[in-house]
Write a protein that binds this ligand. Structure first.
Ligand code: ADP
Ligand code: ZN
Length: 744
C-alpha cells in the first residue's frame, strides 16, 4: 500500500510513500507521519491511500505520530475546501486545522507520579508522627499527585517512600491531564424557564436538529439569532447544546477571543458536567499553555469532551458526530484570520455544518450585513429576541455634539459638561461607570504648531503615539518605539514647543483623576493587560465594587455585564467613521450598540452618552434608537449602489515590497493579466491598483487591487491558476484575501 502525503513545507504538491510492513494497519487517511525528504525528516499528513504510484523507488514512511489519526477525514475535507476557496496552498490550509501543540510531537501527555492508598490489613502499624500525618492526608484523599502531597504535608518524597516500603501505599506514574480550569470551583447550573421569544427560537432550532437526524440527505440549516444585548441568547445556546447531547451528538461554540473570559467559559462548564462532575466542555484558545491545549484537544478527539468552546480555530475541533455549531457575536471581524489561510470562521462554520449535517446558529445583537442579507434572501432562517429578559429597559442614549462642547475651550475637550455631570452623579450614588475610547496611549500624535510637522514612524505611514508612563513614542502597527524629541524634529524648525494632540485611554484616565480625585479608576487596554491574570483581576475588582470607573478600549466593549453599571460614556464615537473602509459605518454602529449594551443590566435603567463630532451620522443616530433594521436598510442602499458586499463578494490582492515603484509596476502588470482572463465574469468589477490606505506598513510599500463578483468560488479557482503562472520580481510578494474583513 502507498500513502499520499501532504508535507508541512508548502510545496503545493503531494508525495507518495511506501507503508512499511511494520506500520501496516496504522496508517490511515488523516494520520500524521514522519517521512524522509531529501536529507531531512519532515512531518506530513496522509491525504489518501492508493494502490499505485506514478513514481518508482518510493521511500518508506518512518513513523506514525500519535495513536489516533489526528485529522479526521471530515476535517480533511473541510481543509481542502479552505485551500480552494481562500486560494491558498493546501499545506497551509491543512496546517491550520491542528493546533501547534498537537502537531508537534514534543508536547505529548505529561506523566506524573501519583500516590494511592492500598487496602489496609487487619493490623494497622503504629507510625512515627510525621508518617502518620502524611498517611492521614492520603487516607482522606485516597489518591493524589506526589508533588501535591509533599506540599500539602510539608514533607519530603523520602518520607512518603517509607509508607510505600510499609506496603501502605503505591506510587506510580500516570498521565495527568493539564486542566486550565482546575482551580475554578464551578457550581452546576440548571436550565432556566424560557420566555416566549426564547422558547420559540429554541423550538425552531430543535426542530431542525431533529429533522437532520431523521432525513438522510437533509437541507442545510443555518439560523441567525438576532437578539438585543441581554435578551438571553446564551440561555438559548445552552438549551440547544443540551439537545445535541441528548441526540448523542457533540457541538462547537465559537466566541470571539476577547470574550473568552472566565465568566463566559464558566457559564458553559457549569451547565455540562457528567456524573463524576467531570466537565464535558473543552476549551481552546490562545491563552492556554501548549500542554493544556494538547490535553484539551485530545479530550475532544477521544470523545470525553463533547462540547468545545473556543476562538476562531476551534471550528476545526475533531468533534464527532457533530450536531450543532454556535457562532456567538457572529459579526465580529476577529473571526477572520489575517494571515494565510485567510478564512472566516463563521463561513467555515456554515460550510462545516453543511458537510456534516449539523445545525448552525449565528448569534448577535448587531448582525453582519452579510448574515442579515442571507436571511432576506431565504438562505438563513431568522430568529428574534427583541427584548431584554426581566423587562430590563434598553439604556437611554444621549448624543452630545462635541463641536458645541469645544466652543470656548482651548482644544478639543475629552469630557463634555453633560458627561462630566453624569459621572459626578454616579459617584455620588455609588453606581459604576464605564468609559470607552478605542485608542490606547496618551496622545495619538506629536505635532509642531509652528511648521505642522508630525512625528511619524520610520517604518509605516502612521503618526507615532505618545505613551506617557513609559515616556516614549510607539507605533501601533509595527511596534517601533523611540524617545520623545525635545524640539521639533524638522531640522529647519527645531521649535521647542511641540504639542500633543488627540487623546488616548491614558490621557482619559489622567484627566479623570484630576476631575475626580476621590474616584477609584482602572484602565483596561493592551498596555495594562500584559499578563494572563490582569484581565481577571481588574474585572474582579470592578465586579466587587472596588472600582468606580473603568476606562478601556474595545476590550471592555462586549460580553461583560455588571448590574451596578448605570452609565456608559463613549468619548469619541466617530473615530471609526473616518476609516477608508466601506464597512466604517457598520463597524461604528456595531461598536456603539455593543458598548451601550453594557449599561443598565441591573435594576436601575442605564444611561449612555455618545460624544461625537458628526452627531447626525446615520450610524450614530440608528445606534441611539437601537434600530438595527433602520440601519440595515439605509446601509444596504449604499452597498447596492456601489456593489459592495454583501451585494457582491470581494477579493483583495495586496502586493508589497520595499521598492515603491517596483510594487506599483507589478500591481499594474497583475491587473493587465487579470483583465486578459477574467472576461467571462459578467458582473466583475476590477478596481485599482491603488496605494493601500496605509501605504507603508512595517517598512513595506503596499498596493491593492480589488475584485468584486457574485461568483466567488469560481473566481478563487481562476485566481489560483493565474497566481500559479504569474512571475513577480523577487522582492515583491502577493497576498490574496477572499472576503476581506479589513481593507487596511
Ligand atoms: P445575551 O447573551 O443575549 O446578551 P444573556 O444570555 O447573557 O443575554 O442573558 C442576560 C441575563 O439574563 C443573564 O444573567 C441570564 O442568566 C439571564 N436570563 C436569560 N434567560 C433568562 C430567562 N428565561 N429567565 C430569567 N433570566 C434569564
Ligand atoms: Zn511602524
Amino acid at each position: 500500500m502507498i500513502a499520499r502525503v501532504s508535507l508541512e513545507i508548502a510545496l503545493r504538491k503531494e508525495f507518495d510513500y511506501l507503508i512499511p510492513p511494520a506500520l501496516a494497519g496504522q496508517v490511515e487517511v488523516g494520520s500524521r507521519v514522519q517521512v524522509p525528504f531529501g536529507p531531512r525528516k519532515i512531518l506530513g499528513c496522509v491525504t489518501a491511500l492508493v494502490e499505485e504510484s506514478a513514481r518508482a523507488n518510493l521511500k518508506p514512511i518512518l513513523k506514525v505520530i500519535g495513536a489516533q489519526t489526528l485529522v479526521t477525514p471530515k476535517v480533511l475535507k473541510l481543509a481542502r475546501w479552505i485551500g480552494e476557496y481562500y486560494c491558498c496552498a493546501p499545506e497551509t490550509a491543512l496546517k491550520s486545522v491542528l493546533p501547534e501543540a498537537v502537531r508537534k510531537e514534543a508536547s505529548g501527555w505529561r506523566e506524573r507520579l501519583f500516590v494511592r492508598a492500598l487496602p489496609v490489613g487487619s493490623e494497622f502499624p503504629k507510625l512515627p508522627k510525621r508518617q502518620q500525618e502524611v498517611w492521614n492526608i492520603i487516607e482522606e484523599r485516597r489518591e493524589l499527585p506526589l508533588q501535591e502531597l509533599v506540599e500539602l504535608a510539608e514533607t519530603t518524597a523520602a518520607t512518603v517512600r517509607k509508607l510505600e516500603d510499609r506496603g501502605l501505599i503505591e506510587i506510580a506514574s500516570e498521565i495527568s491531564e493539564r486542566d486550565p480550569y482546575a482551580r475554578e470551583h464551578i457550581l452546576p447550573s440548571q436550565p432556566l424557564p424560557l420566555n416566549p421569544a426564547q422558547s420559540a427560537a429554541l423550538e425552531k432550532i430543535k426542530e431542525a436538529m431533529d429533522k437532520l437526524l431523521s432525513t438522510p440527505n437533509p437541507q442545510p440549516s443555518t439560523f441567525l439569532l438576532h437578539g438585543v444585548t441581554g435578551s438571553g441568547k446564551t440561555e438559548v445556546y445552552l438549551q440547544a447544546l443540551a439537545h445535541a447531547l441528548e441526540q448523542g451528538k457533540g457541538a462547537i461554540v465559537l466566541v470571539p477571543e476577547i470574550s473568552l473570559t472566565p465568566q463566559t467559559v464558566e457559564r458553559f462548564k457549569a451547565r455540562f458536567t457528567s456524573g463524576k462532575l467531570q466537565t464535558l466542555v473543552a476549551v481552546l484558545h490562545s491563552h492556554l499553555s501548549a500542554g493544556e491545549r494538547h490535553d484539551e484537544w485530545h479530550k475532544i478527539r477521544q470523545g470525553r469532551a463533547r462540547i468545545v468552546i473556543g476562538a476562531r480555530s476551534a471550528i476545526f475541533a475533531p468533534v464527532e458526530p457533530l450536531g450543532l455549531i454556535i457562532v456567538d457575536e457572529e459579526h465580529e471581524h476577529t473571526y477572520k484570520q489575517e494571515e494565510a489561510p485567510r478564512y472566516h470562521a463563521r463561513d467555515v462554520a456554515i460550510m462545516r455544518g453543511q458537510m456534516e449535517s449539523a445545525v448552525v446558529v449565528l448569534g448577535s445583537a448587531t448582525p453582519s450585513l452579510e448574515s442579515y442579507y442571507n436571511c432576506k434572501r431565504g438562505k438563513f432562517a431568522l430568529l428574534e429576541l427583541p427584548e431584554r429578559v426581566d423587562d430590563q429597559k434598553m439604556p437611554h442614549v444621549r448624543v452630545v455634539d462635541m463641536h458645541q462642547a469645544a466652543r470656548g475651550e482651548k482644544g478639543i475637550p475629552i469630557f463634555s459638561p453633560q458627561l462630566k455631570e453624569a459621572i459626578a452623579q454616579r459617584l455620588e450614588r455609588k453606581e459604576q461607570t464605564i468609559l470607552f475610547l478605542n485608542r490606547r496611549g496618551y496622545s495619538t500624535s506629536l505635532q509642531c504648531p509652528k511648521c505642522g510637522e508630525v512625528v511619524q514612524c520610520p517604518n509605516c505611514s502612521l503618526a507615532l503615539t505618545f505613551h506617557r508612563q513609559e515616556q516614549k513614542l510607539a507605533c501601533h502597527i509595527c511596534g517601533h518605539t523611540e524617545k520623545v524629541p525635545s524640539v521639533c524634529p524638522n531640522v529647519k524648525c527645531k521649535n521647542p514647543a511641540i504639542r500633543f494632540a488627540g487623546a488616548g485611554t491614558q490621557r482619559v484616565e489622567e484627566t479623570l483623576a484630576k476631575l475626580f480625585p476621590n474616584a477609584r479608576i482602572k484602565r483596561m487596554d493592551a498596555d495594562t493587560m500584559k499578563r494572563k491574570d490582569d484581565y481577571r483581576k481588574v474585572l474582579g475588582d470592578f465586579r466587587a465594587g472596588r472600582t468606580d470607573i473603568l476606562v478601556g478600549t474595545q476590550m471592555i466593549a462586549k460580553g461583560l455585564h455588571f448590574p451596578n453599571v448605570t452609565l456608559v460614556g463613549i468619548i469619541y464615537a466617530d473615530l471609526a467613521l473616518h476609516q477608508p473602509d466601506f464597512r466604517a459605518g457598520e463597524r461604528t454602529f456595531q461598536l456603539l450598540t455593543q458598548v451601550a449594551g453594557r449599561a443598565g443590566r441591573g435594576d436601575v435603567e442605564g444611561e449612555v452618552f455618545v460624544q461625537a463630532f458628526a452627531p447626525f451620522h446615520p450610524a450614530i443616530q440608528h445606534a441611539r434608537r437601537h434600530d438595527f433594521i433602520g440601519f440595515y436598510e439605509q446601509e444596504m442602499e449604499f452597498r447596492e449602489q456601489l456593489k459592495y458586499p454583501p451585494v457582491s463578494r470581494a477579493a483583495l490582492l495586496t502586493l508589497k515590497g520595499h521598492n515603491e515603484e517596483k510594487v506599483k509596476f507589478s500591481a499594474e502588470h497583475l491587473k493587465r493579466e487579470l483583465e486578459k482572463v477574467l472576461g467571462e465574469f459578467k458582473d466583475l468589477i476590477l478596481s485599482g491598483p491603488a496605494p493601500a490606505p496605509l501605504l507603508r506598513a512595517e517598512t513595506f510599500y503596499r498596493f491593492q487591487i480589488m475584485l468584486r463578483t457574485r461568483a466567488m468560488s469560481k473566481l478563487s479557482h481562476t485566481l489560483a491558476k493565474i497566481i500559479g503562472t504569474l512571475t513577480l520580481p523577487d522582492d515583491v510578494t502577493l497576498a490574496v484575501d477572499i472576503d476581506p474583513a479589513d481593507l487596511g
